[in-house]
Design a protein around this ligand. Sequence first.
Ligand code: NAP
Length: 288
Amino acid sequence: MISELFTLPQSMKVPAIGFGTYNAKGGDNLQMIKDAIEAGYRYFDTASLYGTERALGQAIKESGLPRELFFLASKAWTDEMGYEETKAACERSLNRLQTDYLDLYLIHWPKVNEEDTDWKERCQETWRAMEELVREGKVRAIGLSNFLPHHLDAILETATIKPAVNQLELHIGYSQEAAVAYTQSKGILVQAWSPLARGAMDNHPVISELARKYGKSKAQICLRFLYQKGIMPIVKSADKGRMLENMMIFDFELERADVQMLECMPQNTWQGEHPDFAIPKVKSNFNQ
Ligand SMILES: NC(=O)c1ccc[n+]([C@@H]2O[C@H](COP(=O)([O-])OP(=O)(O)OC[C@H]3O[C@@H](n4cnc5c(N)ncnc54)[C@H](OP(=O)(O)O)[C@@H]3O)[C@@H](O)[C@H]2O)c1
């Protein structure tokens, strides 16, 4: 079990590492999530887009553990944005997850496409719906994903509830320093998606050398690096051994010089999806 915690507004505590549910090799999401629960993960990241909400709800039910032990985060996709749309999207997510509340609900992506000139108003209307979901008790906290500083400012302009988190693509080789610093300066927890760069940094000599130095795996170096920067990794593995390995990052500390070396690695491994330009053209799984 992960005992280290991060704190969200209203003193909500979250485990310092979350499990990402996108996407099991071979598609057996139910087995992957059951294994993750057994390994000790309690924070689960899903989204209407992923098609894993049903499996997550089922796995929690079959675990026999009380719902309150889990922290469930889901997201509204771009075709679920707008006041009415987001309220309906949340109901669908709750149904698929077989629960009556979400711990965290995120706007998945700020813009619909590159030509989207109405994104700011749509984000603000979506946020208004999310704030109401909090007041209705359907959601405990609300947040953002892939919001760069100018997107975040659009939310802060009209928000009455401050975002609890901003989930960004972050890993060694893609550090988004400006977005991280700005988000943290607003007192918002930064989460890292693809914290292992989906394996792209596996053969990097610096990470390999640090793994040898600390007697840890390369994945553990990558995750510990983020944790030491106050960033919560959302990591995915379909392998039980690697699930356990990814949780074991709290018994060592990277020296300052090593953190600095990792911070200065060339920026060359991002997934190629920029919130303003290269936007994933997919639809949420409305009918999954
Ligand atoms: N907000 C967003 O827009 C957004 C976008 C993408 C992802 N996400 C979230 O972030 C989560 C994680 O991102 P991700 O899956 O793209 O990337 P990731 O966690 O960086 O990488 C997952 C890959 O790393 C491998 N892996 C895991 N642990 C390992 C270890 N200890 N040693 C070696 N390889 C290891 C996995 O393989 P095995 O499964 O074989 O172990 C898998 O291929 C997603 O599941 C999702 O919840 C959010």
